[in-house]
Design a protein around this ligand. Structure first.
Ligand SMILES: Cc1ncc(C[n+]2csc(CCOP(=O)(O)OP(=O)(O)O)c2C)c(N)n1
Ligand code: SF4
Ligand SMILES: [Mg+2]
Length: 287
């Protein structure tokens, strides 16, 4: 249908069977669809952190910003505030946004900044070869926990709901149909949206069989009901062997202004003639 080709020439270095491929294929199709429906390609900006997940921006022919570990959200926030007409999509890992960058994620949800965060949650540090993360289960044996992780994981879905995120969903990296549906809804949502993807790391934590036996897509679930969303979120605590619900947990009807709108309306960000400012500063420097 589409003549748009979002592939790049970058060599893909993910392991064969990595769940990142499903996220890549799904998001490429969704962006292509949105371009075909009228959003100009240059209106998308992708931001990534550091980790295996982050390489995704190398594989999509769309403007992107490869940021620092844990700093996807502040970069995405700045881009959105500077140009509110952009659709800003952040790609982050569980180490990246549930560990080092967690405070940024919480504040993005609290502020309701109109960006989309896609979390590649393989429940391990993939790039640095297998350390535990905030969502690794108790007993997880990895490079930094050879005798088993003694901590309990936290539940990022519950955490995001409690932090005022206005769109919260969970996907799984086996198959792309559900991911496509959720990604599109998340990007079209006005306000902060997060899609927490159970992305399998075949090399350091292969959970395909485990998830395949437990995941199910929520039906007859009222996405606009916060209490119901919280109840569904608590069905699985990322530690016990229960069933795992997938789909959109919560979607708040958008009647409130988003952070980027408020900041721009309040003219908190004054226009600065940067070139003039730099020239003035340079004049002051005496060598
Ligand atoms: C400020 C900083 N701290 C730590 C690192 C080292 N580091 C690079 S990737 C990574 C973990 C990545 O894990 P995750 O975010 O889960 O991504 P994955 O590789 O699993 O996709 C760490 C700790 C770094 N590059 N920069
Ligand atoms: S180490 Fe894991 S997350 Fe990284 S590319 Fe390989 S399978 Fe994927
Ligand atoms: Mg990870």
């Amino acid at each position: 249908m589409s003549q748009i080709n979002l592939n790049t020439h970058a060599k893909n270095t993910w392991c064969i069977g990595c769940g990142n491929f499903a996220i890549l294929n799904a998001i490429r199709l969704v962006i292509t669809e949105l371009i075909n429906e009228g959003t100009p390609a240059e209106n998308f900006v992708l931001v990534s952190g550091i980790g295996c997940h982050a390489k995704i921006v190398d594989y999509i022919n769309i403007n992107s910003f490869y940021s620092l570990h844990g700093r996807v959200v502040p970069v995405a926030t700045a881009i959105k505030i500077a140009n509110p007409s952009l659709k800003v999509i952040g790609f982050s890992g569980d180490g990246d946004s549930y560990g080092e960058g967690l405070e940024h994620l919480l504040f993005a949800a609290k502020r309701n900044i109109d960006i989309t965060m896609i979390i590649h949650n393989n429940r391990v540090y993939g790039l640095t070869t297998g350390q535990f993360t905030p969502t690794s289960p108790t007993g997880f044996k990895g490079r930094s926990t050879p005798y088993g992780n003694v901590e309990k994981p936290f539940n990022p879905i519950e955490l995001m709901l409690a932090s005022n995120a206005s769109f919260v969903a969970r996907g799984f990296s086996h198959g792309i149909d559900l991911l496509k549906k959720i990604f599109k809804q998340a990007i079209l949502h006005k306000g902060f949206s997060i899609v927490a993807v159970l992305q399998v790391c075949v090399t350091f934590y292969n959970m395909y069989k485990y998830y395949d036996e437990r995941v199910y897509v929520m039906e007859n679930h009222n996405e606009n009901d916060f209490e119901q969303a919280m109840k569904k979120a608590r069905e699985w605590d990322y530690n016990s062997d229960t069933k795992i619900p997938l789909g959109i947990f919560y979607r708040k009807a958008q009647t409130e202004s988003t952070f980027d709108e408020i900041v721009n309306q309040a003219k908190v960000v004054d226009y600065v003639d940067r070139k003039k400012k730099i020239d003035e500063l340079l004049k002051e420097i005496t060598i």
